[in-house]
Design a protein around this ligand. Structure first.
Ligand code: AOF
Ligand code: ZN
Length: 342
């Protein structure tokens, strides 16, 4: 690692402190370096709050050294008025000598303009330092900006002979207790969680976070025919639940019904979720719902538990392209990570 990469790694580590409180904004970290010493650090702490550069510059005790300093930032400094003024202008105002950027901001309001503004002001700008990691930590934000939809993670558990459920539905648990703890961690990490009506009725899941510490995701249920009974567990705890249907035919459950009419489709639902500032979605089944996301090619990541059990018969688990498999982890179950990079 060269010096620029070393300081950028520190900025990336700081950025990660924003996980869970900045979505749908990106996680961003910044480091100020003067004469080979870190003299200031900051990160974007919460959605709507000051950006990383603002916090990093404010942490420098002697502002006079800024004109001889380098600022490392994990995302191109912004050039627009959002909820906060442009960070590029702040860096120019303080006459920063050099700015090192990890990755360009995909937000169409910025995308290259922040870097151009700095260069036009005579600041030396270096780009694409640890770019891959910068994109990876903000993969949800990149999908949000480039595709105008939430980042979609598919999750399921299958038997070693490739089944999701027994034919008679008597097989709620396939994965191990350890895998289930991991699922609760994942729930706490995403903005929303989705199941189809069949799963909501057959499994009667709560879809909240119990075996981990963290916020409950917004629950989303696909119910095209408006057939969900009102006594399901997910309607009992008063937490937010969005139920998508074609035509609304009378309130039956304590949730928000959203009737999409002819717009009812996986894409229509993702569009509506995104308009509600939902930046990520964990799809927990069942087979019909998962296959819809796969068929329409609207998924970004899949996390699949493969248990030791065999069923011999039942509902077949979905299949993903073999070249999308990125990692395989062995613990009580096998865990397969797929990525859908287009
Ligand atoms: C930066 N530094 O720390 C962040 C940036 O509504 P606002 O004002 O918070 O602006 C949000 C947008 O600003 C966001 O979509 C992304 O393009 C950029 N985020 N930029 O220079 C930061 N968080
Ligand atoms: Zn900014």
């Amino acid at each position: 690692m060269n010096k620029d990469e070393l300081y950028m790694q520190r900025a990336i580590d700081l950025a990660k402190n924003g996980f869970g409180s900045v979505s749908p904004n990106p996680m961003v970290g910044a480091v100020v370096v003067y004469k080979d010493k870190i003299v200031g650090e900051g990160w974007h702490r919460e959605y709507g709050g000051p950006h990383a550069e603002v916090n990093a510059l404010a942490s420098v005790s002697n502002p006079e050294i800024l004109s001889e300093s380098t600022v490392y930032v994990t995302l191109e400094p912004c050039s627009h008025y959002g909820k906060t003024p442009p960070c590029a202008d702040l860096l120019i105002k303080h006459e920063i000598k050099r700015v090192v950027v990890c990755v360009e901001d995909p937000n169409p309001e910025v995308s290259g303009r922040g870097i151009k503004r700095l260069r036009d002001a005579g600041i030396e700008v270096v780009t694409n330092v640890l770019e891959e990691e910068g994109k990876r930590i903000n993969r949800r934000f990149f999908v949000n900006q480039l595709k105008s939809r939430p980042y979609v993670i598919l999750k399921w558990a299958e038997t070693s002979d490739g089944y999701l459920a027994r034919t008679d539905g008597s097989s709620k648990w396939i994965s191990s207790p350890e895998s289930r703890v991991l699922v609760h961690k994942w729930r706490a990490e995403e903005d929303s969680i989705l199941v189809g009506a069949n799963t909501a009725i057959t499994d009667d899941p709560s879809l909240n976070v119990r075996d981990w510490q963290g916020p409950d995701p917004v629950r989303v249920v696909l119910d095209p025919d408006h057939s969900l009974p009102g006594n399901l567990k997910l309607f009992q705890d008063g937490g937010p639940t969005l139920c998508y249907t074609r035509e609304f035919s009378g309130q039956k459950a304590s949730c928000e019904w959203i009737a999409l009419g002819n717009e009812y489709s996986v894409q229509g639902i993702l569009k509506d979720l995104f308009s509600r500032k939902i930046g990520s979605l964990l799809v927990e089944g069942g087979s019909k719902t998962l296959n819809q996301f796969i068929r329409k090619d609207v998924w970004d990541e899949a996390r699949i538990f493969v248990s030791r059990q065999t069923f011999g018969d039942g509902t077949k688990a979905p299949r993903l392209p073999a070249n999308a498999l990125k990692e395989e982890i062995n613990f009580t179950d096998r865990l397969l990570y797929y990525e859908n990079i287009q």
